[in-house]
Each structure stands twice: as C-alpha cells, then as structure tokens.
Ligand binder design. Structure first.
Ligand SMILES: [Mg+2]
Length: 210
C-alpha cells in the first residue's frame, strides 16, 4: 500500500522558536506566547523606531538554539512517520528582513536534522508557496497556508488563530486540532492514527497512475 503523505509545518506546530525570547531580551519584557493574538509578534511588541535595530539583533541570533518543542509533538511525529510519508514544509524568510534571512534557513535546517533525525532532509521543503503543493494531509497553524485542494487540512491551534470561528472552518472544510496548542498533538494523533485514516484507500488520480 502506498503511504499517504503529510505536509508538516514547523513554527508553532513542532516548536516555538526563540523569536519571542529574542523580543523579550531586546525589549526587556516578559511576554508569554498567549499574550498575543496577532501572528507577527514583533509588529505589536517592537516600537516602530526600534524595528530596524531589532531586525539586526534577531538576524544574528540562532532562533532554533533553544526552541521550545510542543508537548507530544516529537513522539507523535515519530509514530506518524511509520504510517505516512512526512514532508516538512516551512518558510524560512523573515518578511521584514528578507535580505538577512539566509541564517534562518541554515539554523532551521540544523534544528530539523538534529530534532527529527528519522525524517530525511530530502523531505524538507522550504517555501512560502505552500498552496502549490499536493499531499493527502496538511498540518499548519496559519489559515492562509491551508488554501489548497488537499483532502485533510488540519489547523493547529495557536495564539493567533483563536478567533477563527467553527463556521468559517466548516465552510472551508478545515479541521482544527482543538483550541489549545498544549493539546494539539494529542488531537492530531486521534485524527490521523486512532481513526485509521492512514489505512483508507487513496483516491488520488496521480497515485492511481503508478
Ligand atoms: Mg507555522
């Protein structure tokens, strides 16, 4: 049987990078992730006049050195990896400092190969154009990244997507893995392992041709 494929996001799904720690160090604050509701934390927490200085500060740090792994993520990904083909699908660009984003690619790559050694680097896709990709399952914490024709799209609960209504998700055919990021991976385990979804016949035309 051909294994189903998963496109798996990294930030706010597998881990929280050290971005918020950098904001706190720079501003001498003590923000927690759930203090925010906007995705771009720096736009809210960094005053405009300090933005350029902050971008320089963050571009020199390894944001993945002390990343916080989300509860049960690694254990569940390891189990999923036995049943599915997992493709890591993640952006590495700081939209406010594209020129200096190269270090982010390198640091994220090193983080992934050391944290998820059972996923081969050939399965890493670093892109913002997630809508161009096809898979059976996609897991992401950002609704705009789930705008494609993938059968099972799962919105991972996060600080910035608390206000998306069930109605809106139903309309788009998107499932949300609960309301609390601390429990998101337990729910994904139910959706993708305990439901036996991985055993269901694959109807994809491109797979039938093989
Ligand atoms: Mg993300």
């Amino acid at each position: 049987m051909i294994k189903k494929s998963i496109l798996l996001d990294v930030d706010e799904v597998i881990c929280f990078s050290g971005f918020l720690n950098a904001v706190n160090d720079f501003m001498n604050t003590n923000y927690k992730i759930d203090d925010f509701t906007d995705y771009y934390i720096d736009e809210v927490a960094i005053p405009k006049e300090k933005f350029a200085e902050f971008n320089k500060f963050i571009s020199q740090r390894n944001q993945y050195e002390n990343a916080d792994i989300l509860p049960n993520s690694l254990e569940t990904i390891k189990e999923l990896n036995e049943l599915y083909n997992i493709y890591i699908c993640s952006s590495c660009i700081n939209p406010f400092d594209k020129e200096n984003s190269g270090k982010l690619f390198a640091d994220k790559y090193q983080f992934l190969i050391s944290t998820l050694p059972f996923i081969k680097p050939e399965n890493f896709i670093f892109t913002n154009a997630k809508n161009l990709l096809i898979a059976d399952v996609q897991i992401d914490d950002r609704l705009p990244n789930l705008q494609n024709s993938i059968e099972k799209r799962i919105l991972f609960p996060s600080y910035h997507n608390k206000n998306i209504t069930e109605d809106e998700l139903n309309k788009q055919g998107i499932i949300k893995a609960g309301d609390d990021w601390k429990n998101g991976w337990n729910i994904i385990k139910k959706i993708l392992i305990e439901s036996n979804y991985y055993k269901e016949e694959n109807n994809k035309v491109y797979l039938k041709r093989k």
